[in-house]
Design a protein around this ligand. Structure first.
Ligand SMILES: Nc1ncnc2c1ncn2[C@@H]1O[C@H](COP(=O)(O)OP(=O)(O)OP(=O)(O)O)[C@@H](O)[C@H]1O
Ligand SMILES: [Mg+2]
Length: 239
């Protein structure tokens, strides 16, 4: 799969981490998990986070997604110092700027596909008509324009993940975060979901940060961040 190199320039800096550390305190024991992580991600990059189990991938993704706070270091997202924001502002930025795709889809079974896609837009106070238009547009992009009125339990796993991808795009985020998005899918369906991410990245210039154990996906990435015991592995992504 040949890919054009994404050439970063200053204005296109989406996020940067500087010397990020994370230590969990469990009783008397301090567990250092991230030990000084620094990297930049630019608009349009498809970044893979790789590393053995327990190396800190999900911890780092949770910090990038503002679902967890680092113990030390600086996180800047589109020029905003995340650490200096009040909790409420963090929640707003998280909803507006970050799209999440999880291994387990995390859809609401009592809502239709259209309503599931609309949820982040409701939090973002998007008017109803605009929400509907956008939900339809996104459902079409992921190939589910004809299933808007169905509920998640009427869909296959791969289709559910497509809905989750559509939902993640609803507020036109600065980047998508995906933690093992194909982990619950069979190989063929997982490859189809990966193809969808690839298309979003190449055709819509969506910035994507993905954790996956699947080495077959490596050719899709512009950059690879390899974590080893809480540090960037030599040969992994620097700046
Ligand atoms: N809340 C917590 N309290 C204490 N230790 C934690 C906590 N969360 C994670 N850890 C530890 O941090 C380390 C990194 O965990 P993390 O979930 O980030 O790994 P991972 O690279 O995502 O692994 P996997 O590939 O298995 O998902 C592990 O040793 C884990 O036990
Ligand atoms: Mg993990």
């Amino acid at each position: 799969m040949s890919q054009p190199e994404v050439r970063p320039c200053g204005d296109d800096l989406v996020l940067s981490l500087r010397n990020i550390t994370k230590t969990y305190n469990t009783g008397e024991l301090a567990v250092p998990v991230l030990k000084g992580i620094s990297f930049d991600i630019y608009r349009g990059q498809f970044v893979g986070i790789l590393g053995t189990s327990g190396s800190g991938k999900s911890t780092m993704l949770n910090i990038l997604g503002m679902l967890d706070v680092p113990t030390g270091g600086d996180y800047t997202l589109e020029g905003i110092q995340v650490g200096s924001l009040a909790d409420r502002d963090q929640a707003t930025i998280r909803n507006q700027k970050i799209g999440f795709v999880f291994q387990s889809f995390n859809l609401f079974n009592y809502l239709t596909i259209e309503q599931n896609i609309e949820v982040p837009m409701i939090y973002n106070r998007v008017p109803r008509r605009k929400r509907r238009e956008r939900a339809l547009e996104l459902a079409k992009i992921v190939g589910l324009g004809h299933r808007l009125g169905h509920r998640p339990n009427q869909l296959s796993g791969g289709e559910c993940q497509r809905v989750a991808v559509a939902r993640s795009l609803s507020n036109e985020p600065a980047f998508l975060l995906a933690d093992e998005p194909t982990g619950n899918l069979d190989e063929k369906t997982g490859n189809e979901i990966m193809k969808l991410f690839h298309t979003l990245n190449r055709e819509r210039r969506m910035t994507i940060v993905m954790v996956t154990h699947n080495p077959m996906f490596e050719p899709h990435y512009d950059k690879v961040i390899r974590l080893r015991d809480g540090r960037l592995e030599a040969g992994g992504l620097g700046q």
